[in-house]
Ligand binder design. Structure first.
Ligand code: KG4
Ligand code: ZN
Length: 351
């Protein structure tokens, strides 16, 4: 089990973080990588003591998507209130906290800076260690919240920016087996949602509409790739656009529910098929879903059905699928030795 020695910024005292620290780790974490300003307090990586999320959805609806400069300003406005609420909900004070953590990337740089600097300021003001967290690792760690999940497992990470099948051999031993060569799955959802006229946030609205349509109404193409575990969604996006243009010409009203259901069936089948094959090939009996798109009703349905065949299937509770700070705290605890110290800077992409 991982453990890492951190130092407090003012008095340079040692603090052990991780399951082997032999004392309770109470981590205060901040998330601000995209359009949610969030703070949470989590005990020992699993027990959520408070979870506060301020969503910017209302603001971004006006623009039809996230405008980075607008997002950063909204984070600035929300951050102090969200931090205060997280302490209040847990009934804790800064002196009760073992370490402060924040997302440092990948994400929107201006947004990340707001959360990271708030986290560093709290760490310095209270003489506690600061832990910088990778947002992608944290999405997978959302599955440790309120469960007893332990590696090894195969994770399907599906978010607005990433689509990856990851073999998690041990807490800190991970390997990407397959990933998208172009668009991320969440991006594809958001683009097709826009094409059929659904408002932001596209993914969840398309999911809702798809549940009322016929998944077999239209056949959409599946990309053929040299690595059988890789994904490509840009051809599907073009095919969806062509289908919509054709249907617009021939119909008074666009059959949006059938288009949504056909798109959803196509992408969820591909994600399911490839992840199951990867898990079977490496003899993994546990599959873990992670990221915003793991909230999707059809993805959950397809994977949860595998339980009848003896697989262990994990997916975070809905509120921990999309961006939140509890998963950041869990990642700081379980993967503490991936990044640390006040010198750490934000980054926009994985290099
Ligand atoms: O993980 P996340 O909250 O942010 C990133 O780290 O990217 O994921 C956001 C993505 C968006 O593209 C959103 O449209 C998508 O997750 N999403 C969904 C659903 N809920 C959120 N996509 C499909 N079905 C859903 N129910
Ligand atoms: Zn995310």
């Amino acid at each position: 089990m991982p453990v890492k020695e951190f130092r407090t910024p003012i008095t340079n005292k040692p603090v052990l973080i991780g399951p082997d620290s032999n004392y309770d780790n109470i981590i205060f974490a901040i998330e601000s990588s995209c359009d949610e300003t969030a703070a949470a307090i989590v005990r020992n990586g699993r027990e959520v003591l408070s979870n506060v999320v301020a969503s910017q959805i209302k603001t971004h609806i006006e623009f039809g998507g996230v405008v980075p400069e607008v997002a950063a300003r909204e984070h600035l406005e929300a951050i102090n209130v969200v931090i205060a609420q997280a302490f209040e909900q847990a009934g804790l004070k800064a002196e009760d906290i073992t370490a402060f953590a924040a997302t440092v990337g990948p994400g929107l740089v201006g947004s990340l800076l707001v959360g990271m600097n708030a986290g560093k300021a709290l760490a310095i003001a209270n003489d506690k260690p600061f832990i910088g967290v990778n947002h992608l690792n944290a999405h997978v760690c959302a599955n440790y919240l309120n469960t007893d999940l332990k590696p090894p497992f195969v994770a399907l990470l599906i978010s607005g920016g990433h689509t990856q099948i990851i073999e998690v051999k041990d807490w800190l031993d991970q390997r990407i087996i397959g990933e998208t060569i172009d668009d991320a799955i969440g991006e594809a959802y958001d683009k097709v949602a826009r094409l059929i006229g659904l408002p932001y946030p596209g993914g969840v609205n398309l999911d809702k509409l798809a549940q009322t349509g016929n998944p077999n109404a239209y056949k959409l193409p599946e990309a053929k790739l040299s690595n059988e575990y890789d994904f490509s969604f840009s051809g599907l996006k073009t095919a969806s656009l062509q289908l919509i243009q054709k249907l617009r010409k021939n119909n008074d009203t666009l059959p949006t529910a059938d288009i949504a259901a056909s798109f959803q069936e196509n992408v969820t089948s591909v994600l399911f098929k490839k992840t199951k094959k990867a898990a079977d090939n490496i003899n993994a009996n546990t599959i873990v879903l992670a990221g915003g798109v793991a909230a999707n009703s059809e993805i959950r349905k397809k994977f949860f059905a595998l339980r009848e065949q003896g697989y262990n299937i994990y997916a975070p509770e809905m509120k921990y699928c999309t961006d939140n700070a509890s998963m950041i705290a869990s990642s700081a605890y379980f993967l503490a030795n991936t990044m640390d110290s006040l010198d750490i800077e934000v980054f926009s992409r994985m290099s």
